[in-house]
Every structure is written in structure tokens, then in C-alpha cells.
Design a protein around this ligand. Structure first.
Ligand SMILES: [Mg+2]
Length: 386
């Protein structure tokens, strides 16, 4: 059934980009790459430098641009710390774990569900055309409740956006003509210009608000929207109630709570990776505990608006218990060393013996704390129990 998206755009079907258009994955691949790299470095006794994240990002960009496969990108990063064979084996394990984690990491874009439901209620054929690898992109679509939509993944169709062949595959799948099929995406070059080059009208839903100049100079048959909820807005009486999905009213603070928890989770994850990469850094353990406390406070305060906090809270409490002894020991050791430097005679001898004992204990406790930090994989939404 035709749908009018704007005075100049009427179409019979709509294709969608996935990442940052329908859902966002909170840098799932990058986070798991860093976790695997930190673990590999620790096992090999190699220190990780500050450039690790930049290198991982560069390798991911290469994979996304089609310069190498995702397995090659992950193996290249891990190959800095372990043998090429072990890196390839770890890369396979990484791939399986990332796909398994998708349901917990991927979140729908605001307004996505309402927009999709509204279009489906009007009988508009929809499909997803996404650059990426399989089966991760399919898992992401499932994670946000879009498993029922046809999905074309660049790895499977052998062509990536913005190449016209990718849009041709979408038209083939939908059985519609280019000028009667809109393509919705967040990326100006890949989605909007790619679609227009293939003669499809484009709907641009940018992650950040475009400048006044960009707004003024929008090409013909390009529609700018802020949220997918705006799609097919001219028939609100036929659409589900705004802000509702599947008959369920979200908590009024749900979006804000999700954003805050995700921000604190990212802070925690960054500190966790840094601690694993620098096992001898006393302060790194302290930073992990601080970020864990902040995340825990947010989860406890927002439990009504963030309903999946239970498993993460349990994992954080367990982490607190397992790392607490190491932190207490570090604090006491630092204090005793200070006293020792100023003491004389028998007092100094006594403090030196105590220092030696605390140092021996530190090794054992830090090992246990690092094991707890490594196994504390927090998945927003579910599955944090380890
Ligand atoms: Mg995108």
C-alpha cells in the first residue's frame, strides 16, 4: 500500500539501514575486541599500551570498509599478544560470543518501534539492508524485535552500500521500483547519497542534528526526520498510540535511565579493560571499584525505570566482594610503608615484617581480584551472572 512520507515522496515500500537507524549496539564488537586483547596480553605477560583502543577501532573500520574480514581484523589485534594460530582460534570464539551477547547489548533507537509498527499497520512492505557480517546483523535485528523483517547483509549479498548493487538487491527483495522505494539511514554518504545514486528517495535520520546550512541544502527527494516515529505520521488514527509498543507503556524515565546506565557501563568497561591490561597498576583496581559503585548506584536508584538491573547488580556486588580484600590490603600496605619510612629501631623492624607479609598477600589477592574483574562481563538487560 502506498505511503506518503512528504509532499514529494510517495513510495510503495521502505528499506532501512540497521546500525544507528533501527538499533545501536553500544560498540559491542569493539568492547569485546578490547576484552579479548586485554586477556591475551595478560596471559602472555605483555603490557598493553594506550593505543590499543585506537588500533582496534582502525581494524574495525578496515573490516567495515571491506578491506578485510572481521575475523582477520580480530586476529590481527590479538596477534600482537599471542601466536597467529591462537589468535585465529580466539577470533572464532570472539565471533560466537559477540553474536550471543547481541540480545543484551543492542537497543532500539527511540521511536523506532512506533515508526515500524505504524508502517506495518498500513501494510507497507519493509526490509533491512545493512553493511556488516552474518550472523551478527541478523542477531541485532532479532534483539530489537525485527526478526520478522527480510534482512540483506552485505557479507551475504557480496556488495556493500553505497554501491548501487546493494540497493538493487534491496529492490529485488522488495519487488519494487527504485523511485517507489524509500531508503532510511543515518549516514549521509553511505545511506542518503548511496540511495539517491541508485535512484531511491532517501530518508535521513542523522545521529546528530544537522546544521542550518545542511538543512537548507537538502537535495531533492531527501526527507530529514529526527525519529522513525515521524514516518507515516499523516495517519495517526491508524497507528498505535505514540510511545507505546506491543501494548506496553514504557516507564516515563526509561529512555533517560537506559542512557545513564549505558554511560556508566561504558565507563566501567573502560576501567575494567585498563585494569586487565595493567595488572600491576594499583590505582587501576581502585578505578574499577569506583566505576562499579557508580554503576551500582544508578541501577539501584533507577530500578523502576530500568527493569533489567537484577543480574548486573548481583554481578557488581560479587565483584565488590572479590576485589574488596585486594583494595583494603593495598591501602593498608601504603600506610604501613609510610609509617615504616619514618620509624626507627624495633618499631621499624616490626613494620618491615608487616610490609613483607602484606606484599606477599597482595600478590595473591590481586590475582583473585583480576580473575573477578575478567569474569565480570556485564550485559545490559540480562545475562550478567558469571
Ligand atoms: Mg547506520
Amino acid at each position: 500500500m502506498p505511503v506518503r512520507l512528504s509532499p514529494e515522496i510517495e513510495v510503495d515500500a521502505i528499506g532501512f539501514d540497521f546500525d544507528h537507524t533501527l538499533g545501536f549496539d553500544q560498540q559491542l564488537e569493539l568492547r569485546f575486541m578490547l576484552r579479548y586483547a586485554a586477556a591475551a596480553a595478560r596471559r602472555s605477560g605483555i603490557a598493553v599500551d594506550d593505543d590499543l583502543e585506537a588500533r582496534a577501532q582502525a581494524l574495525l573500520m578496515q573490516a567495515r570498509a571491506g578491506a578485510c574480514s572481521i575475523d582477520e581484523a580480530v586476529a590481527a589485534l590479538l596477534g600482537q599478544f599471542i601466536s597467529p594460530e591462537a589468535a585465529r582460534a580466539e577470533s572464532r570464539r570472539w565471533r560466537a560470543e559477540v553474536v550471543a551477547a547481541a540480545p543484551a547489548w543492542v537497543r532500539p533507537l527511540e521511536g523506532m518501534r512506533a515508526g515500524i509498527a505504524r508502517l506495518e499497520a498500513r501494510g507497507v512492505p519493509l526490509a533491512i539492508l545493512t553493511n556488516g557480517w552474518s550472523p551478527l546483523q541478523e542477531a541485532k535485528a532479532r534483539a530489537v524485535g525485527l526478526a520478522h523483517l527480510p534482512i540483506l547483509v552485505s557479507e551475504c549479498i557480496g556488495v556493500r552500500k553505497p554501491a548501487p548493487g546493494a540497493f538493487a538487491a534491496l529492490l529485488d527483495r522488495l519487488g519494487t521500483r527504485a523511485e517507489r522505494t524509500a531508503y532510511v539511514g543515518d549516514d549521509w554518504q553511505i545511506d542518503v547519497l548511496g540511495a539517491r545514486a541508485a535512484a531511491l528517495p532517501a530518508v535521513w535520520v542523522p545521529e546528530h542534528a544537522p546544521s542550518e546550512e545542511e538543512r537548507r541544502e537538502l537535495p531533492r527527494r531527501v526527507l530529514l526526520i529526527r525519529s522513525l516515529e515521524e514516518l507515516a505520521e499523516e495517519s495517526p488514527e491508524r497507528a498505535p498510540h505514540r510511545g507505546r509498543m506491543m501494548g506496553e507503556a514504557p516507564h516515563p524515565l526509561a529512555g533517560w535511565a537506559d542512557e545513564l546506565v549505558c554511560q556508566r557501563l561504558r565507563d566501567f568497561e573502560e576501567r575494567r579493560i585498563a585494569a586487565l591490561a595493567n595488572p600491576d597498576d594499583v590505582e587501576a583496581l581502585h578505578h574499577v571499584r569506583t566505576r562499579a559503585r557508580r554503576l551500582r548506584a544508578a541501577l539501584e536508584d533507577l530500578h523502576e525505570a530500568y527493569p533489567h538491573a537484577g543480574p548486573m547488580l548481583r554481578a557488581l556486588k560479587r565483584l565488590g566482594r572479590r576485589t574488596g580484600a585486594a583494595r583494603d590490603n593495598d591501602v593498608l600496605l601504603e600506610r604501613v610503608e609510610r609509617y615504616c619510612a619514618a620509624a626507627r629501631g624495633a618499631t621499624r623492624e616490626h613494620l618491615e615484617r608487616m610490609t613483607r607479609r602484606l606484599r606477599q598477600r597482595r600478590e595473591r589477592l590481586r590475582k583473585r581480584a583480576l580473575e573477578a574483574i575478567e569474569s565480570c562481563l556485564l550485559l545490559p538487560g540480562e545475562g550478567a551472572d558469571t
